[in-house]
Ligand binder design. Structure first.
Ligand code: AMP
Length: 396
């Protein structure tokens, strides 16, 4: 994997050039209004750098799932409007993706001007990584910059295919993802602690397998912990369990032991009678979950155990909540871990919707070194997989 050695914006000549930038403007929209502009704001550093360096900027992104059809519901118009506001200069929207309107606007662009293509997924072949469509994207510009980490694990025309026809580099957002996640995996400040949670073991087997060769400590919480408990022969009541992964869980724990990796699972749990926000609940040890009760959060002894491991770490990778953190009664474990990570002084890298939401809700975002902008992409990166949207870019 050579994803750590990619050209960045600063390694490529952009002055006076038409630069096509793949952004992640896949923002939530209700009644034609953007309800969170976080992703647009996150992309401003790259766009402003290009404006200041006299590039002719052609932005593009997908928005929702129009499935290859032109559908006004998924138009980039609200994004163009928001960009115009945020940049304080007009961002013209092409009426198509790579058609006459896009070509005409691109041909007219002056240095420091910015335009936006229509939703790349209005083109049927976008998600097929079709070479002809990739060439059409390339013909609009002289340089390609990918800054959409959230779709970097997909080989599509505007994320990967186009890079075959233009000099290319990553933007500041992808550069930061590579620096932090790549750095944590390749050359971490030790001890390196990974904390994995969330609902399913099956979603994270690849990540655990890859991390077992790299981490000093692996902490497992959330619903996935119960499959590990089951593999130790504990009765887990009605807790979420993937029967077909019990053998994998057993093997992962044995591998951890063989590799000298400290492997921590919850020692106590908040268990409930029903999967409900206001269910009756109580505290029990992990080897003592009664029939008819399900674990929905880690208990106080587990929080302390995990906090101790987090306290002494040099680098922390955290993905997935420790319990059903959407519900107040079962959010305590996730909050305890978020607090410990924020106070640790370690290099901290957070990914996954629910763990990121917990960190943001608690106001800890500024205390974390890096909050990943891509759920699926960050998991694939941690699995050690090649992300097509990154590998397609030019090496330094
Ligand atoms: P993921 O998308 O894999 O990161 O999983 C996040 C989901 O896992 C959240 O919706 C949580 O509610 C859920 N989750 C966490 N802990 C548990 C648990 N003990 N039982 C059931 N679901 C859980």
């Amino acid at each position: 994997m050579n994803q750590l050695n990619k050209k960045t914006l600063q390694d490529i000549e952009v002055s006076g050039k038409k630069v096509l930038v793949r952004c992640d403007f896949n923002v939530p929209i209700e009644d034609g209004k953007i309800t969170s502009d976080k992703r647009i704001v996150a992309s401003l550093d790259t766009i402003k750098y290009l404006i200041e360096n006299k590039a002719k900027v052609i932005l593009c992104s997908h928005l929702g799932r129009p499935k290859g059809e032109v559908n006004p519901q998924f138009s980039m118009a609200p994004v163009a409007k928001k960009l115009t506001e945020l940049l304080g200069q007009e961002v013209k929207l092409a009426e198509d993706v790579v058609g006459d309107s896009a070509k005409a606007l691109a041909a007219d662009l002056k240095e420091g001007e910015v335009m936006l293509l229509e939703n790349v997924r209005f083109e049927k072949l976008e998600t097929k990584n079709d070479p002809e469509l990739s060439q059409k994207f390339a013909s609009l510009a002289e340089v390609f910059i990918n800054d959409a980490f959230g779709t970097a694990h997909r080989a599509q025309c505007s994320t990967a295919g186009v890079a075959a026809y233009l000099p290319s580099a990553c933007g500041f957002l992808i550069q930061k993802e590579i620096e932090f996640m790549g750095g944590a995996l390749a050359n971490p400040k030790r001890p390196l602690v990974a904390i994995l949670g969330g609902a399913k073991v099956s979603d994270k087997i690849g990540v655990i397998t890859n991390l077992l060769d790299k981490v000093d400590t692996l902490i497992i919480g959330g619903g996935m912990a119960y499959t590990f408990m089951a593999s130790l022969g504990y009765s887990i009541g009605t807790s979420i369990c993937e029967e077909d992964r019990i053998e994998d869980a057993k093997k992962m724990m044995a591998d951890a032991k063989a590799k000298g990796v400290k492997f921590l699972i919850p020692v106590d749990n908040i268990v409930a009678t029903e999967y409900k926000a206001d269910s009756e609940y109580k505290l029990v040890d992990s080897d003592n979950i009664p029939d008819g009760w399900m674990g929905l959060d880690i208990g106080p002894k587990s929080r302390e155990l995990f906090q101790e491991a987090i306290k002494g770490s040099g680098t922390i990778i955290w993905n997935g909540p420790m319990g059903v953190s959407e519900w107040e009664n079962f959010a305590g474990g996730t909050i305890a871990v978020a607090t410990a990570v924020a106070d640790s002084g370690a290099i901290s890298i957070i990914g996954g919707g629910d763990s990121v939401a917990a960190v943001q809700k608690l106001g800890f975002a500024d205390k974390m070194s890096h909050i990943s902008t891509g759920g699926g992409a960050s998991l694939e990166f941690l699995e050690g997989k090649d992300l097509p949207g990154i590998s397609a870019l030019n090496d330094k």
